[in-house]
Design a binder for this molecule. Sequence first.
Ligand code: RAM
Length: 356
Amino acid sequence: MKKISALLLLVLMIGVLAACGSTEPAAAPTEAPAVAEEAAPAEEAAPAEESGSKTYVFVPKGLGIPYFDTANKGAQEAAAELGVAVTYTGPATADATEQIQVLNALIAQGVDGLSISANDSDALVPTGKDAMESGIPVVSWDAAIAEGGRNAHINQADAEGIGVVQVEMVSDLIGGAGQIAILSATSTAPNQNEWIEYMKTELEKPEYADIELVTVVYGDDEDEKSYNEAIGLMRTYPDLKGIISPTTVGIAAAARAVQDQERVGEVFVTGLGTPNQMREYVKSGAAPAFALWNPADLGYLSIYALNAIATGQIEGKPGDTFEAGKLGSYTIAEDGSVLLGAPTVFNIDNIDDFDF
Ligand code: RAM
């Protein structure tokens, strides 16, 4: 028995190590994190054994994006508190087909739960169903898998509120009149698409009658593509006054493009960004205001929700309530979602108070 426990500890700690360090796309089943070479000291693994040795996988839209890395920090914090292992792995780029391949490999491995930011709401439903039919609970977070393909969705903030705040910010920045454009992530991203619909509805209100949305373009959550799209917008629309970019990758690239083109003060960038990526652009005036929730809290909450389902504390049905450590208690809403809270607006007055 002791031998089995020691082996289990070793395997679990390897999982934890792989989780913290992994930046590669998901390994094939034979290259599972559990066969990595190093193990941490056995005493540090004690909580995992006590908790029943679960290994969950935290899957971003794409690797190498600071927003998701921060979310993973919260996921790891929850893992440490719960005594479970959480592996961080996903597709190299924010692409649904690639993400499905990664997930299929994880399902074949028989992991204990999946927490996913989806690149496509509907395309991931069959994959999520496969997982659940194999006894692997699935939560989506950040970008939802449609109902039927996950047990619950962990929502960062009210979608309408996220749309509205971005219209308010751009209107303030451009003095309530002029041409604006949206620079989004991928064209299939469920979260961005929902927010954009709410932005369009908000822009129909009389107070925004002098603002014209000229186009929506896509930078695919890739820095270079987003940068080039932003430059293209400024060339195609010489009178453009504002760019809303509801993606942390796009907003930073657009602000850099405005600076490089020496258009600071003429074209204003806003949207959703991380304080550490946006600090210099807030200070330069390229992007004086933007919004976001705390991605680490989002990752943390998703792992608490997944663990509550995976350990049978809750079924994951509307009305179920679970405890999420330092964040307190949450209830699953009628549509199967769990709401983290309201976003924060960052500007010159508070940007230096945040470090993520
Ligand atoms: C990017 C991703 C993510 C989104 C944030 C705001 O990091 O597209 O899904 O929630 O931006």
